[in-house]
Design a protein around this ligand. Structure first.
Ligand code: NAD
Ligand code: LMR
Length: 330
């Protein structure tokens, strides 16, 4: 029996993500939580003839507690999205507090759940979640994930003309680092099956993966950021976590984890100087089983990208940790 909970379920990502989870045969129970509209979203989805039993909760009547109790996996897309001209870091002021409070709820009501954080800025919200869980004495680094799958999905899609795969996701491209601008580092040299990018196209491709989010923000022109592609990516990652938890072996996904708490992570801390980093992670019954160092043998161009990434990432991580250790005055 798998119970999934979506926090922020009425939003642009929350609704299509909940739809995908509702239609998944892997989910038996689906709890939707948001500060608005969950009764309506749950009623609508409840007419779909799939396995999952669905419930919707608001903050009143202990809604968060009911949504989280018994949850095996909690996905968090709650929070505000960007408008043109904003960086993901500009979302920190509002989203940091939202994520902190929701994760406090998880620490209390479903401390053993796998936690998948989508809310931006991921580079800071995941460290925030880790600190909240640590403070509550329930931090299991193997169960906390920043969802960076959309960067991988974009890399697969934008390189299709070179990989020549009919299904772009048949190419595996590690995208490492964090989830914003220069902290997103596609390692095209490590793609399998390997393919060549003409040198005059390389910079533009890297830039498109790093700033793919801006492309959508600009096109939506004030109406938010990526929602549908994010729901696809979030569901892809959630499905992998659930399948691995049920014993399926050989599942490896890129995700933003606390490296010192995952086997193999220390080597990457040494190589990058940061403790939270997105890399290829083997998923198992208890979550992140091993973090792979995919940095050996990368090209000089990729080394430069990684240097810029690590600098930015360090500051983003510290900002998140500091938000919990030295809370701003209310
Ligand atoms: P949205 O505004 O459409 O939806 C957000 C939802 O969160 C709303 O329904 C809102 O009511 C809800 N919410 C706000 N405060 C809440 C709280 N305290 N508890 C529960 N729910 C709450 O935004 P969106 O487009 O769905 O984006 C959500 C977040 O996901 C943004 O921060 C965005 O930047 C981020 N995002 C991340 C990625 C990624 O790759 N990780 C990709 C796209 C978007
Ligand atoms: C994305 O990569 O699309 C998301 O992080 C949303 C954004 O703000 O760009």
């Amino acid at each position: 029996m798998v119970k999934a909970a979506v926090l922020g379920a009425s939003g642009g990502i929350g609704q299509p993500l909940s739809l995908l989870l509702k239609t998944s045969p892997l989910v038996d129970e689906l709890a939707l939580y948001d500060v608005v509209n969950t009764p309506g979203v749950a009623a609508d989805l409840s007419h779909i003839s799939s396995v999952a039993k669905i419930t919707g909760y608001l903050p009143k009547d202990d809604g968060l507690k009911h949504a989280l109790t018994g949850a095996d996996i909690v996905v968090i897309p709650a929070g505000i999205p960007r408008k043109p001209g904003m960086t993901r870091d500009d979302l920190f002021k509002i989203n940091a507090g939202i994520v902190r409070d929701l994760v406090k709820g998880i620490a209390e009501f479903s401390p053993k759940a796998f936690i998948l954080i989508i809310s931006n800025p991921v580079n800071s919200t995941v460290p925030i979640a880790a600190e909240v869980l640590k403070a509550a004495g329930v931090f299991d680094p193997k169960r906390l994930f920043g969802v960076t799958t959309l960067d991988v999905v974009r890399a697969e899609t934008f390189t299709q003309e070179f990989s020549r795969q009919k299904n772009p996701s048949a190419t595996k491209i590690p995208v490492v680092g964090g989830h914003s601008g220069e902290t997103i580092v596609p390692l095209f040299s490590k793609a399998t099956p390997a393919f060549q990018i003409p040198s005059d196209k390389y910079d533009a491709l890297v830039n498109r993966v790093q700033f793919g989010g801006d492309e959508v923000v600009k096109a939506k022109d004030g109406a938010g950021s990526a929602t549908l592609s994010m729901a696809f990516a979030g569901f892809r990652f959630a499905e992998s976590v659930i399948k691995a938890s049920q014993g399926q072996t050989g599942i490896v996904e890129p995700t933003f984890v606390y490296l010192p708490g995952v086997a193999g992570g220390d080597e990457l801390v040494k190589a990058t100087g940061v403790e939270f980093f997105s890399t290829l992670v083997a998923l198992g019954a208890n979550g992140a089983e091993e973090a792979f160092n995919v940095l050996d043998g990368i090209t000089d161009q990729e080394k430069k990208l990684l240097e810029a990434c690590n600098k930015g990432l360090k500051g983003n991580i510290e900002k998140g940790i500091d938000f919990i250790k030295n809370p701003p005055p209310k």
